[in-house]
Design a protein around this ligand. Structure first.
Ligand code: ADP
Length: 454
């Protein structure tokens, strides 16, 4: 439509210039010519061979020249239009009218377009007074044809007419093909987008046709694979969470029933069963807390509350809370601190990172039960390492463990874990833009590290 509109505007402009502007321009040009010749003649009139000069001027400029005295008697006259112009050879009524016109004009000059009905010609007549109105000497008339313009215009019009028709047809055909060419890939993309919206993540966007549509298609292909990933993750997450919620719930219910029906009167058994119920409830609340933490961090609702604190003190403080593990379960914690350094970070969240990493080290340290925590200062950051001498993680699992809800198969149910600990660590550190990672060797242990950027 825009293309057709454009062609239409071009055609209208062309017609306008042909029909309106061209005659005006041509006439202005002729007026300039006539004035020039008029001036030329007034300078040449004193020459001896003025006749020859006037003849030449008349032929050169394709112009009739007539000079009369005040009463209309010819002083000089040449009619190269052979009577088809505006000047009549005789001193008749027509010439009298022109003389009167000149005399009544303000500055003694007239310019008129005259149509000669007999020969069907159009000419431009220029007349001026020689001398002054008070003391008139004579009149100068110049007359030039405007007809070449008419014939040119009619030729041009015919051409223009043909050009208009060709342009219109060509424009229509072209715009039809262009519309098809542009809209076809967009149509295809729209169809694919609809099926993507209906949940078909395998849909392929095909935008072959032109550069922009291809780019759009490839962006949409990328978007659909990303959406499908998120969708898979959501499905896995739902399945895993509901599975992990159901298992402790079943246990709680089973042991509660057991106490009601069987062990209610047996204090030892009852104690044992109640402890299982308490453990399972703990597992449940840990899971629910982790899910809440993670969704809070990831939804961006929990802005970082950056404060300054001494990292070495923080490590001491946290390790103190593991005294129970030291005394009752035989774990050894080695803390290797560097110079005291104040860092800027969200204290509570960094605490959570440390807890999660130390808990993992405890859970996966195997029989060695040795955990080492290191603080390594550098110019730009403080690196914290938490190492254990457990079973380690196989290299193919390493890239997965920071993923939400990933748990190694063998972790089993004897280790309390939700599979969310490391993804919480990852979310918090990413929010801080702190680098983090893990080095691990099967059978030798793992070292989880992160760097608090100063
Ligand atoms: P979980 O609650 O299962 O510990 P995490 O997200 O904290 O969940 O950890 C994900 C998985 O990464 C764990 O299930 C475990 O297989 C592995 N993992 C984490 N920390 C360690 C570690 N220190 N040693 C060996 N494996 C680990």
């Amino acid at each position: 439509m825009y293309f057709v509109l454009f062609i239409f505007i071009v055609i209208v402009l062309m017609w306008f210039f042909q029909l309106v502007a061209l005659p005006v321009t041509y006439q202005n040009m002729k007026i300039r010519d006539i004035k020039r010749v008029g001036k030329l003649i007034s300078t040449q009139i004193a020459e001896e061979n003025y006749k020859e000069l006037f003849d030449k001027a008349a032929y050169d400029n394709n112009m009739c020249i007539k000079i009369t005295d005040y009463f209309g008697n010819d002083f000089y006259s040449i009619d190269i239009l052979a009577g088809s112009g505006a000047i009549s050879p005789k001193n008749d009524a027509t010439m009298q009218t022109y003389r009167d016109l000149i005399m009544s004009s303000e500055n003694g000059i007239i310019q008129v377009v005259v149509k000669n009905e007999r020969f069907n010609t159009t000419t431009l007549l220029y007349g001026r007074l020689i001398g002054t109105k008070e003391d008139p000497i004579g009149f100068l008339f110049l007359n030039t044809s405007l007809d070449p313009l008419n014939s040119t215009i009619s030729i041009l019009q015919r051409h223009l007419f043909i050009i208009t028709i060709v342009l219109l047809i060509l424009g229509l055909i072209l715009s039809f093909f262009m519309a098809k060419h542009i809209s076809r890939p967009i149509d295809k993309i729209t169809k694919s987008a609809k099926s993507l919206a209906e949940g078909d993540y395998n849909v392929h966007f095909d935008g072959t046709g032109y550069y922009e549509s291809e780019k759009l298609a490839s962006a949409l292909n990328f978007a659909s694979t990303e959406i499908s990933k998120v969708d898979n993750l959501r499905r896995d997450l739902m399945a895993n969470i509901s599975h992990d919620l159901r298992t402790p719930l079943t246990m709680v219910k089973a042991y509660a029933e057991m106490i009601r029906d069987l062990s209610g009167d047996n204090p030892q058994k009852r104690e044992e069963h109640l402890n299982i119920i308490i453990d399972e409830s703990d597992r449940l609340s840990a899971l629910v807390n982790d899910i809440l933490d993670l969704s809070k961090i990831e939804s961006g609702n929990s802005a970082l509350n950056i404060t300054e604190f001494e990292i070495g003190e923080k490590l001491d403080e946290i390790l103190q809370r593991y005294t129970l593990f030291k005394e009752q379960k035989g774990y050894t914690f080695t803390l290797i601190k560097d110079e005291p350094v104040t860092v800027k970070a969200d204290e509570i969240k960094i605490e959570q990172v440390l807890y999660n990493l130390i808990n993992n080290a405890i859970n996966y340290s195997g029989d060695s039960r040795e955990i080492t925590i290191r603080q390594i200062n550098s110019k730009k950051s403080v690196r914290i390492e938490i190492s254990d001498k457990g079973d380690g993680i196989s290299p193919d699992l390493l890239p997965l463990i920071f993923d939400r809800y990933y748990r190694a198969e063998k972790s089993g149910r004897d280790i309390i874990g939700t599979g969310l600990g490391l993804s919480i660590v990852k979310s918090i550190l990413k929010k801080h833009s702190f680098p983090f990672g893990v080095q691990s060797e099967l059978g030798k242990g793992s070292t989880f590290w992160f760097e608090i950027v100063l």
